[in-house]
Ligand binder design. Structure first.
Ligand code: N01
Length: 545
């Protein structure tokens, strides 16, 4: 795909910048706009051909966001005042349009080099500059490097024997063709039932002749209260947006709602179920991060929620054996400790004669043949098209992918081999003048993206501005505070049920990856307070040279 902007200075070799941003999704766009306003010379490199980050790559059938309006957008009045969504939970097409609109009103693209893949970056202490190289042979220098690469930039494809021999069409969800994949009259397969798999399954169950779903662990999906939203309805609410955007910064999950001040165990079961029913009727993530305060800490409360959820699902399924696979009597892991998806008619699809469910928990996929998928029991499941929805080397993989090296020349992959180390989920020793929003050891995976991204980005901007005022050559995290932050991340996780689930939150989905909590579990307000106090107190834990 060719860049559709003129190849001006942005595409030049030997750029010398104040700030280089990598990634043109929510973080990259916000930082570009705000840093440029503050007077810095900023450019963005992005591997795709347009704005939107994950929303450009993950354009698989049914892809849509699980955060409802207006949580999942910028709080910038210059964007929201004249922008109108069509659905309460917008799909990928609308999100791409939203980013194009941001480009239009914020005048972004003149500073973005698309189709540009960063393949190396290292800080030079002597010059006080990052040296960043790209796959097409360009080099840029910048005083500050801001990786804005999100948590899902490195896809995971299991190492199946014969993968290359498949004669039909096969696509990973995050590398989906921009043209339609026509499955009408075809036998399709979806491997994986995370948030992605759920969404593809809903579409392909309707569009293809036969669909076979390969499920390893059931997803505990919540009913999505999807609906059309009118321009008038949104316009009438816009005066409330400043208040709503403030509210989303004050909740655990970065939404306009929060956990209730109530433990599941304090109520009798009828009261608990009545409360859960009221959340269920919302049709959103209140049923996940807006429920009992002890949902992720107390096994009893957690089981109350699981049983309620199960009762909602089982009643929709005709075949008890299928019901037991999709919503087993005994929970496979504590409720909500793997990311639940929102679904519209996912469970209903399994009542159709053309939809088949194969559990690969104890009967894994062992080989891909030219005409289908072979499971350990020797059965060949013949298919024409495969969607690989097996997720990501999440959070850490995105940054490792950039081939970052510390000032000693050690690759980030090797530095994080035995465990992630960052300071405040924002910076790292050996990587001076590098800050990363929405990365590891921040609340990233438990928080609505735009909320956290704006808070962290504002912190980064203030730190850079102050450093420039004070004539600082570079800012670098120190080792001891980094170790303490890593311990803090583990301590927070150990007080919860999250470590009991084999999730990508714990790095458990990637063979050989260290099992550890990858995100900060203290909630957004505590996190924001910590980083803001650090900044206002003169950045303790950082060395300023
Ligand atoms: O990836 P996942 P995802 N054989 O890792 C299975 C966000 N997102 O792309 O659970 C068979 O969650 C694996 O099984 P198991 C969201 O934060 C948001 O779905 O490991 N199966 C699992 O079922 C989400 O959490 C939105 O046992 C194998 C699936 O593949 C994150 O992105 C939409 C397997 C992977 O699920 C990632 O979601 C989409 C194997 N060898 C994504 N290996 C919205 O906002 C793995 N699996 C709506």
């Amino acid at each position: 795909i060719k860049p559709h902007i003129d190849l001006g200075e942005t595409y030049a070799d030997n750029l010398d910048l104040d700030v280089l941003i990598v990634g043109a999704g929510f973080s990259g766009v916000y930082l570009l706009y705000k840093l440029r306003q503050a007077g810095f010379k900023v450019k963005v490199y992005d591997a795709s051909h347009a704005f939107g980050g994950v929303w450009r790559w993950n354009c698989y059938p049914g892809a849509r966001v699980d955060s409802d309006l207006p949580a999942y957008e910028f709080s910038l009045p210059e964007v929201y005042k004249n922008w109108t969504w069509k659905e309460r939970f917008p799909g990928w097409q609308e999100l791409q349009e939203y980013f194009d609109y941001c480009d239009h009103v914020l005048d972004l693209r003149k500073d973005v080099s698309f189709n540009t893949v960063v393949n190396g970056a290292q800080f030079d202490r002597e010059s006080g500059k990052w040296v960043v190289t790209t796959e097409d042979g360009r080099t840029a220098k910048a005083k500050y490097l801001l990786p804005c690469v999100g948590f899902a930039a490195k896809r995971y494809v299991p190492d199946w024997k014969g993968l290359d021999t498949f004669k039909g069409e096969i696509h990973h969800s995050s590398f989906w063709p921009t043209e339609d994949v026509d499955v009408s009259g075809k036998r399709t397969a979806v491997i994986g039932t995370g948030s992605t798999g759920i969404q593809i399954i809903q579409e392909w169950a309707k569009a293809s002749k036969e669909l076979t779903v390969f499920q390893r662990t059931p997803n505990m999906s919540i009913k999505m209260g999807q609906r059309k939203v009118s321009a008038e309805e949104q316009q009438n609410r816009k005066h409330m947006y400043p208040e709503l955007f403030k509210k989303r910064t004050e909740s655990f999950g970065g939404f306009c709602f929060d956990f209730v001040n109530k433990k599941g165990t304090e109520l009798d079961i009828a009261e608990a179920n009545a409360f859960l029913q009221s959340l269920w009727d919302n049709g959103d993530f209140t049923f996940w991060v807006g429920t009992f305060s002890d949902i992720f800490k107390d096994q009893v409360t957690n089981k109350i929620v699981y049983d309620f959820w199960r009762s909602k699902v089982v009643g929709r399924l005709n075949d008890p054996a299928v019901a037991e696979l999709l919503a087993p009597k005994e929970p496979p892991h504590p409720w909500g400790c793997k990311r639940p998806s929102l679904e519209q008619d996912f469970y209903d699809q399994f009542n159709k004669p053309n939809v088949h469910l194969v559990s690969v928990k104890h009967n894994p996929i062992v080989e891909i043949k030219p005409n289908g998928i072979v499971t350990a029991d020797g059965k060949l499941h013949e298919v024409d098209v495969i969607a690989v929805a097996t997720g990501f080397d999440a959070v850490t993989g995105s940054m490792i992918n950039m081939n970052l090296k510390n000032t000693e020349g050690t690759h980030l992959r090797d530095l994080w081999k035995d465990g992630v180390r960052t300071y405040l989920g924002l910076a790292m020793k050996g990587f001076p003048n590098m800050f990363f929003p929405y990365g590891p050891q921040a609340p990233t995976t438990f928080v609505n993206g735009p909320t956290l991204i704006e808070l962290q980005s504002d912190w980064i901007i203030e730190v850079i501005k102050k450093a420039e005022q004070d004539g600082v050559k570079y800012i670098e995290a120190e080792e001891k505070p980094q170790e303490e932050w890593a311990s803090h991340i583990c301590e927070l996780a150990d007080k919860t049920l999250f470590p009991l689930a084999d999730s990508w939150y714990m790095g458990a989905n990637i063979p050989g990856k260290k099992r550890e909590m990858i995100s900060y579990l203290g909630g957004l307000p505590a996190y924001t307070q910590t980083i803001e106090e650090n900044r206002k107190n003169g950045l303790p834990g950082f060395k300023l040279v």
